[in-house]
Ligand binder design. Structure first.
Ligand SMILES: [Zn+2]
Length: 113
């Protein structure tokens, strides 16, 4: 599934969504909850996210509970598929929290006994 499927189900034109930075800042996301309207129906948003829409770039997608539940199965996985992607997510979270991060990876993939 693609983000286009989500927007289609909600009846949302991506041009109507607010542009967003590439990464979430959790403080900003928390501030949007309950304050911004759902992109699908206009009720207060209970979930917010940043989506990358081909041709439009990064956009904010705020959804109420019902619209979120109606579309969550259509969203592409946000879990990084590579070690580099996982480490990049960890580094971004550490930078946002202003903490130092040390990542140790067992690249041999073996089990320790
Ligand atoms: Zn809604």
């Amino acid at each position: 599934m693609t983000i286009d499927d989500v927007l289609h189900r909600l009846g949302v034109d991506p041009a109507d969504l607010t542009s967003a930075p590439a990464r979430h800042v959790h403080r900003e996301a928390a501030a949007r909850i309950g304050r911004n309207p759902c992109a699908g129906c206009g009720r207060p948003a209970r979930a917010t996210g940043i989506i990358d829409v081909p041709g439009y770039g990064h956009r904010r997608l705020d959804r109420c509970r019902d619209c979120f539940l109606a579309t969550i199965d259509l969203e592409p996985s946000r879990v990084p598929g590579t070690i580099d992607g996982i480490v990049a997510d960890l580094r971004a979270a550490a930078a946002e929290a202003a903490v130092q991060l040390t990542v140790v990876i067992d690249d041999k993939g073996g089990r320790r006994g």
